[in-house]
Design a protein around this ligand. Sequence first.
Ligand SMILES: C[S@@+](CC[C@H](N)C(=O)[O-])C[C@H]1O[C@@H](n2cnc3c(N)ncnc32)[C@H](O)[C@@H]1O
Length: 192
Amino acid sequence: MEKSEFFGIEKDKYVPILKDEGIAFLFDLVKKEKPKKILEIGAYIGYSASVILSACEGSVVTVEKLPENAVLAKQNLKEFGNRAQVLNEDAYSAILKLEEKGEKFDFVFLDGPKGQYFKYLPHLKNLLNSGGILMADNIYFHGLVKKEGPIIHKHRTIVVNLRKFISSILNDKDFTTTLYNLGDGISVSKLK
Ligand SMILES: C[S@@+](CC[C@H](N)C(=O)[O-])C[C@H]1O[C@@H](n2cnc3c(N)ncnc32)[C@H](O)[C@@H]1O
């Protein structure tokens, strides 16, 4: 699928969607894992959700905080009917509600606020079925997460929290995690 055609996005214009190699990676992983229920944190305008829905027969719940993005995501995902549900809500509040309801997912694609991944992690673990996958994008945050030395104040909290996220997921014996140097860094963790 040509993203500029599908979403009316001008080529070469910066938009915060997964870039080509990340998209191919996500598509292949979803195709291989065949998840039935998928949770996405950070819909933006629904591009990655459309890739997930094209790669499997499952259904996606995607969470987006900004109303204007959520409206566009709903429009762009209309063709998938009731396989796509867009929640216009803060991700943490949506995650806690899903957890309280005892919902379970086979695949979680984490692509929302980078500084919150660490806070979300224990809750997302509770939302995963055994054998489920947690894929997180932008874990190296423009390379700053791997950079030695001081980090400018503006990015410090995000970088510190992403380091905590990476360390927790690598040290969690319930997950088997692989880190990929693709794009801005991707982690894939399989729950035992
Ligand atoms: C990187 S973009 C998502 C791109 C999308 N997954 C794709 O590849 O097509 C991140 C999105 O997360 C949303 N976001 C940021 N903070 C959020 C929060 N606290 N709760 C829910 N969504 C949030 C942003 O508005 C933005 O649309």
